[in-house]
Design a protein around this ligand. Structure first.
Ligand code: PLP
Length: 372
């Protein structure tokens, strides 16, 4: 089976984890801060590590103080965690349709969805391709709202010369094994605003206040710590930070390999008029997490099933989020966001990961072309 995504673990990664296991720290030790400072070098803004991409989003929403009555504008083409973590704060999920080429949220649709209750725009960098962050920033600033980036797919991507993580008010990353780098489960939050990052950090560490200058209880001893706002335990342990530090050293290598796989697919498939390849806008450098092609929607299910039968672990990313019963039962109906529906009806994610070989690409292409 050639999977659609797969981690790459080398001897250095293994040695780093073994060395952490032999150290005094399994949970929060020195490697957490080291991983966070290495991450900052890649994403261009201070970071905290957390236990998953879902946790990172939850922390981002906590940091902006999201609550009942607030609206967040999100794209339908994403994994449901983008919406779930906001809804769990009691916020109302609003959808804005995606652009037909990148499947990223359309700034014009965002503008049309803004109300006096909008608290944040959430852009998802689908497949690793950054959303239209400059246009979204203008809208966010005009309305005095936050720009949050769900960068679960896009660590290592660049937007107009700037790294993903240094542009939105707050950015959430995932280090799940199929993603651009892995810590097993894991994630991170970056922010260009120190106070937002501090709030995200506190939320990820049980809400505990440890700085005496902030204490409201002042008659206790040096052991004292206290809670002002509830938080959760989203800490990423040292053992996994060890893997993250090692993986970060390889991120440019991963990106270069996937760029060459992208090129290879493009060379083999570019001449087929029945296949639409992923688009890369100008002044963008994508660290490809997915390779989403689009085919005739009438043939999509057959192509998908036959590729699976042939041992190609294709995926469909994603069912439009508003189709989930949790939204349809609230009155959302298919067809409300036509670009998302069209994209979904045509999409198949071909295998894309750094260890995919040229032979693998040829196998995928051969199996695909007979089905088109
Ligand atoms: C767009 C998007 N956001 C959030 C997540 C959640 O990340 P994790 O699986 O690390 O919790 C994912 C993971 O698949 C994702 O694809």
């Amino acid at each position: 089976m050639i999977p659609y995504g797969r981690h790459s673990i080398n001897d250095d990664d293994i040695a780093a984890v073994v060395s952490a296991l032999k150290s005094d720290w399994l949970t929060t030790g020195p490697l957490v801060e080291q991983f966070e400072s290495e991450l900052e070098k890649v994403v261009g803004a201070p970071c905290i590590s957390v236990s998953s991409g879902t946790a990172a989003l939850h922390c981002a929403y906590a940091a902006i103080g999201l609550g009942p009555g607030d609206e967040v504008i999100t794209p339908p083409i994403t994994f449901i965690a983008t919406q779930a973590t906001a809804a769990l704060f009691g916020a109302t999920i609003v959808f804005a349709d995606v652009q037909p080429d990148t499947a990223n949220i359309d700034p014009q649709a965002v503008e049309a969805a803004i109300t006096s209750r909008t608290k944040a725009i959430v852009a998802v960098d689908y497949a690793g391709h950054p959303a239209d962050l400059d246009e979204l920033r203008v809208i966010a600033d005009r309305h005095g709202i936050y720009l949050i980036e769900d960068a679960a797919h896009s660590i290592g991507s660049m937007y107009k010369g700037r790294p993903v993580g240094s542009i939105a008010d707050i950015t959430a990353f995932s280090f799940f094994p199929t993603k651009n780098l892995t810590t097993g489960e894991g994630g991170a939050v970056s922010s260009i605003h120190p106070e937002l990052l501090e709030r995200a950090k506190r939320f990820s560490r049980q809400g505990l206040v440890r700085n005496p200058s902030e204490f409201k209880i002042t008659d206790q001893g040096p052991w004292h710590q206290e809670v002002h706002v509830f938080g959760l335990n989203y800490r990423l342990p040292d053992v996994l930070c060890a893997l993250g530090i090692s993986q970060l050293k390889r991120i440019q290598d991963f990106k270069a390999k996937k760029k060459s796989i992208f090129q290879s697919y493009a060379n083999h498939l570019g001449t087929s008029s029945s296949i639409d390849l992923p688009h890369e806008k100008s002044d963008i450098s994508v660290n490809w997490h997915l390779f989403p092609i689009r085919v005739d929607p009438q043939k999509r299910t057959d192509i998908f099933s036959n590729l699976r039968k042939a041992g190609i672990g294709v995926q469909v990313n994603y069912i439009p989020a508003y189709w989930h019963p949790i939204f349809s039962e609230k009155g959302f109906r298919r067809g409300m966001f036509p670009n998302s529906d069209t994209f979904y009806s045509q999409e198949i994610s071909l295998p894309m990961y750094s260890n995919l070989t040229e032979e693998d690409v040829k196998t995928v292409v051969r199996e695909l072309l007979v089905l088109i």
